[in-house]
Design a protein around this ligand. Structure first.
Ligand SMILES: C[S@@+](CC[C@H](N)C(=O)[O-])C[C@H]1O[C@@H](n2cnc3c(N)ncnc32)[C@H](O)[C@@H]1O
Length: 134
């Protein structure tokens, strides 16, 4: 698996962009590009999970980090991405640095099947409602 993503990474990126996941198209008339639709998929997921400021998110199988960066940027959450491809970690770290988000979005070479993380290391803490909210 490590070799697969390291070897095919550049080709996958050329064909599909920075997100290696499904796209979300609104319907048959939606002409969004794969990049737009896969970004939308990330946004829908983050919204439905209620990710927000104060959350610490684990992105297990983070690819080159594009979804993690997007979630952190749109929600204010902290994100740790893990992958078993060292090449992806290097690319993801570089993207985070270029985006100026290395303080909130980190990446590690780690197997999701054996992370060694303590239970509840990643917290879903709902954002407190603003003034006037019911
Ligand atoms: C289809 S790609 C998705 C990448 C990313 N989530 C995205 O949407 O762009 C699958 C990812 O899972 C990672 N992966 C596969 N098995 C893994 C494991 N056991 N632990 C951590 N990452 C893993 C791969 O290296 C790759 O980054």
């Amino acid at each position: 698996m490590t070799d697969y993503y390291s070897a095919l990474g550049p080709l996958l990126r050329m064909a599909w962009g920075d997100n290696l996941h499904f796209g979300y198209w609104e319907g048959p008339s939606d002409r969004s590009s794969p990049q737009e639709a896969t970004d939308r998929f990330t946004d829908v997921l983050a919204e439905r999970l209620g990710v927000g400021v104060g959350c610490r998110v684990l992105d297990a199988g983070c690819g080159i980090g594009s979804p993690a960066l997007r979630v952190a940027a749109s929600t204010g959450a902290e994100v740790l991405g893990i992958t078993i491809s060292g090449q992806q970690v290097d690319q993801a770290v570089e993207l985070a640095e270029r985006a100026g988000m290395s303080d909130r979005v980190r990446f590690q070479l780690k197997d999701a099947m054996d992370t060694g993380f303590e239970a509840e290391s990643f917290a879903h803490k709902p954002v407190s409602p603003g003034p006037g909210a019911r």
